[in-house]
Design a protein around this ligand. Structure first.
Ligand SMILES: Nc1nc2c(ncn2[C@@H]2O[C@H](COP(=O)(O)OP(=O)(O)OP(=O)(O)O)[C@@H](O)[C@H]2O)c(=O)[nH]1
Length: 881
């Protein structure tokens, strides 16, 4: 008997539905209804696990595309940058909206939010069309920052594993990061069609390396038990699902267990075994499942599928998440994607089910709801002596009508700069004035769009819980918080501390590679600068500095591939005509002695006008442990004097004492500061000048690190009617550069090199060779040598014995899923600190040492002073170019 699969039939016809524009709503949505039926999800994984391939199938089955894009042919929808298509990898995460299950073909445009039942006790969520906002994230380690940025706006994630490679290093890293954001996750084991695919081994690795209990919801269906991969066993609904071979994946046949008993008894038995294991693991973490189990006289198979699905949903939403539902498939062969989409809707949370977003406001941390309900449960994040009050004027909160995070900026050839936002409260309407709390500027939102990869539809508003795009913004950058404040004028500032409101701020890691960029001619300079400006708005992990002496612009980034892509885009996409240097390691230099205060007096024409400013500065080395938590803070010193402290990159700090001027009381500045200047403006100019001086140290021209700069600002004697912001900056730069030079000539400066925290995964048999290579040839320091089952991401991660995890047999692996089969037991993890210089090109070397099996991930652990012999070697090598 052929068992029909109701939704399958709908999906089969879905790809005939016309263009996605019809799917879009321009009606004002009912926020709660829309939020309930929305899923903001991301796809995370190791490079090449099949994220883009899976996404393409999702778009196809949801009716968004008429043909399936192919990564290898460069015809995918989501990897739409030329650099991405050329390399077959995802660089920028693309945000796309689609509906799942698809809207019926005759849906009138615009569709209304669906009528949702009061409970889902009798029907599955996936039987009602949902609005899925999908964020595709990059897998390469150089783009980790991009992943982090995406994670902040996700409500749930699908983690794709390569069924041959198993759990890979980058998966583990992104998994842990997603865990820090408490993002509920499900797993899709992909590529099960490939020779060497091992579902069982991969499931055991999930337990051992991702420190969560895998709940096997599907088992692979190998034809005849050990032939081709043809479908899956659905453990929740107790059926086999067979995909038509060679088709587009829309033809699926479902077989009940009784029918399977006749045709493939072993497979039917394995589905039963898997169901027992699933109910057992759920019962351990969900009391309601225990009740169902008892109601059904302890018959694991008698529990209805819908109750199993609901139990899975409850455990997925538990924080921390200790149970991970696991699904199976081969996207490239079009097998398994539709049930995965059902799982996204059935198991992952809506925006309304997520924890309240974290915010910081006036240097205090809180949550958005706490702020909106005017009862901020704040806790101080800064431990300073007597802090000038930034008390939040709660009464102003009622004027806050929307709060959103710009999580991605993209320069689109046709539509200009697109700013992707996630709205957290209220709604952004077309024409709203947005206040950017990171840049302290207001700008209007002229157009709002919903994105369908490289297709877009205009909408009137973007409501809470939704993801959308604003075009026409001139300033907003990736990571900026945008608020709508009732009554705000374009030149105004929101009152009551709201101008400091920031959603989930993240730290940008220090760049460790750099390259020089020089326009081919003077006439090219403007275009090169503008193009770099866009790159920086898109990607805050790129840094730009100008070397005043050589006139060269330096572009710094997180890795060599990161800079290589930036370079390609500059030359090919923006058509910038510039010479781009070699990609080099970004060393730092630091002073080893302090200097007394030095006064620089600037008195010369600037841009044809006489300008004057006086700055007194001293410099002093600081050690790594001196960390200031605030990026900018004003402190009231003993005796009522004021000091502003700025935390600058590379562990530098700037202290500006301005004894008589408080930033809170600008009215009293009238008599001390020339009327065309303001204290915030003067402080900003000093900071800009100091940063320019620190960008190029006196020793070898590298940026200066671990240095404290002190400046005494006496408004009466330092500022004049002819003082301009540029004059202040130039004077500050000259005073600090002098200080650095004199410190460096008194006691020699020292070079600092980036040191990486490297985690290497190898088979036990290669452990010795890899450890020997790291500690002897590369000068690394091995910190730990653990078995793979030792949790690395905190004490609350459970230690899981792979022997207790249920897995179906792997037909091609020895031991076929037995307790000690596969890689999980013999994987070893090496954690070491290694200078970045020694890690350049390491992957190839590791592959050679491990027969191609070893993988590694690394993050910057800090900059370390170099011993004199090593410093000499590095400097000699640098001079050779
Ligand atoms: N045999 C087989 N190959 C697959 C499958 N899924 C993906 N691939 C191939 O694996 C390679 C990588 O796939 P992608 O979809 O680009 O992987 P990705 O995870 O998006 O990679 P990045 O964007 O670089 O992070 C491509 O050559 C795909 O054709 C599968 O199910 N079976």
């Amino acid at each position: 008997m052929r068992v029909g699969w109701v939704w399958c039939a709908r999906r089969v016809v879905r790809h005939n539905v016309k263009a996605p524009r019809r799917l879009l709503s321009t009606a004002v949505p009912q926020p709660d209804l829309l939020s309930k039926s929305t899923r903001n999800i991301g796809i995370i994984a190791h490079i090449d696990a099949g994220k883009t391939t899976t996404t393409e199938r999702m778009l196809y089955y949801s009716g968004y595309t008429r043909r399936i894009g192919d990564v290898d042919e460069g015809s995918t929808v989501t990897d739409f940058l030329p650099a991405e298509r050329a390399r077959g990898i995802t660089i920028q995460s693309a945000a796309i909206t689609f509906h799942w299950p698809p809207l019926p073909p005759n849906t009138q445009s615009p569709p209304q939010p669906p009528r949702l039942p009061a409970t889902f006790d009798t029907i599955a969520r996936s039987s009602i069309p949902h609005n899925v906002n999908l964020i595709d994230t990059p897998g390469h380690a150089d783009f980790t920052f991009e992943v982090l940025r995406s994670l902040r706006v996700l409500d749930g994630a699908v983690c794709i594993l390569d069924g041959v490679a198993g759990v890979e290093a980058q998966t583990e890293k992104v998994w842990t990061q997603a865990g820090h954001y408490r993002i509920p996750r499900i797993i899709f084991v992909n590529k099960l069609d490939r020779v060497g695919a091992a579902f069982s081994r991969t499931v055991k690795e999930i337990g051992a390396r991702l420190h969560a209990w895998p709940a096997v919801c599907q088992i692979p269906w190998w034809q005849g038990g050990n032939g081709d991969f043809v479908g899956v066993g659905d453990v929740v609904n107790l059926r086999g699902m067979l995909w038509q071979a060679g088709g587009d994946g829309s033809q699926i046949r479902a077989f009940g267990l009784e029918e399977l008993d006749k045709t493939d008894k072993k497979f039917a038995e394995e589905i039963r075994k898997a169901r027992v294991a699933l109910v057992e693991i759920l019962s351990e973490h969900d009391d309601v499942m225990v009740e169902h189990f008892l109601e059904q006289d302890e018959d694991h198979l008698a529990i209805p599928g819908i109750q199993v699905m609901q139990s899975l949903r409850r455990v997925v939403l538990q924080a921390p998440q200790t149970i991970i539902p696991v699904f199976a498939g081969a996207s490239f062969r079009n097998v398994g994607v539709q049930p995965l989409l059902d799982a996204v809707v059935d198991l992952l949370p809506s925006p309304l089910e997520r924890p309240d977003p974290e915010i910081s406001i006036a240097n205090q941390s809180s949550t958005l709801s706490a702020l909106l309900s005017s009862a901020p449960a704040t806790k101080s994040v800064i431990k300073q002596p007597k802090k000038a009050g930034h008390e939040l004027a709660v009464s102003e909160v009622k004027n806050l009508t929307a709060c959103a995070l710009a999580f991605k900026v993209v320069n689109d050839a046709k539509r200009g700069v697109l700013v992707y936002v996630r709205v957290y409260s209220g709604s952004i309407d077309r024409g709203s004035t947005l206040y950017n709390t990171n840049l302290a500027v207001a700008e209007r939102a002229p157009r709002l769009l919903k994105m369908y990869a490289n297709d877009a539809v205009e909408v009137d508003s973007i409501g809470a819980g939704q993801i959308g795009v604003i075009t026409g913004l001139k300033h907003a950058r990736t990571g900026d918080t945008l608020i709508v404040y009732r009554g705000l004028q374009m030149k105004g500032t929101p009152a009551g501390g709201l101008n400091t409101l920031q959603l989930r701020p993240i730290n940008v890691p220090p760049p460790v590679f750099f390259t020089s960029i020089e326009p081919n001619s003077l006439s090219e300079q403007k275009h090169v600068q503008e193009s770099l400006g866009i790159l920086l708005r898109e990607d805050p992990s790129l840094h730009l500095s100008v070397d005043e002496e050589s006139g060269q612009t330096h572009l710094a980034g997180m890795g060599d591939l990161h800079l290589e892509i930036a370079r390609d885009r500059l030359l090919n996409e923006f058509k910038a005509k510039a010479r781009i240097g070699k990609i080099e390691i970004g060393y730092r230099e630091t002073i080893s002695t302090g200097t007394p205060p030095y006064t620089y007096e600037l008195d010369k024409p600037i841009a044809g006008k006489q300008a004057r400013a006086v700055i007194t500065a001293s410099v002093e080395p600081i050690d790594d442990s001196t960390v200031i938590s605030a990026s900018q803070e004003e402190i009231e010193m003993e005796g009522g004097a004021f000091e502003s402290i700025f935390k600058l990159p590379d562990n530098n700090t700037l202290h500006i004492s301005h004894p008589t001027l408080s930033r809170r009381d600008s009215a009293s500045h009238k008599n001390s500061i020339p009327p065309h200047l303001s204290l915030p403006g003067v402080l900003h100019s000093i900071q800009a000048g100091v940063s320019a001086a620190l960008a190029r140290g006196p020793f070898n021209g590298f940026p200066v690190a671990n240095t404290s700069i002190s400046i005494a600002l006496d408004a009466q004697t330092n500022l004049f009617p002819e003082t301009t912001p540029t004059a202040i900056s130039q004077a500050a730069r000259a005073a600090v550069s002098h200080g650095l030079r004199s410190a460096s000539s008194t006691a020699p400066s020292v070079l600092m090199e980036p040191v990486m925290m490297v985690t290497i995964f190898v088979h036990e048999s290669s452990l010795g060779a890899v450890v020997q290579d790291i500690s002897s040839s590369r000068g690394g320091q091995v910190l730990s040598l653990d078995g793979a089952d030792t949790p690395t991401d905190g004490d609350d991660a459970p230690r899981i014995d792979p022997n207790l995890i249920y897995t179906p047999p792997d037909p091609f692996a020895s031991g076929t899923g037995g307790m000690h089969s596969g890689l999980a037991d013999s994987q070893r993890q090496i954690v070491a600190r290694v200078p970045l210089k020694e890690m350049v090109g390491y992957l190839n070397h590791l592959r050679a040492l491990t027969g191609g099996r070893g993988t590694f991930v690394m993050t910057v652990d800090g900059f370390e002073r170099m011993a004199s012999q090593r410093q000499k070697e590095v400097l000699d090598a640098l001079r050779e170019f």
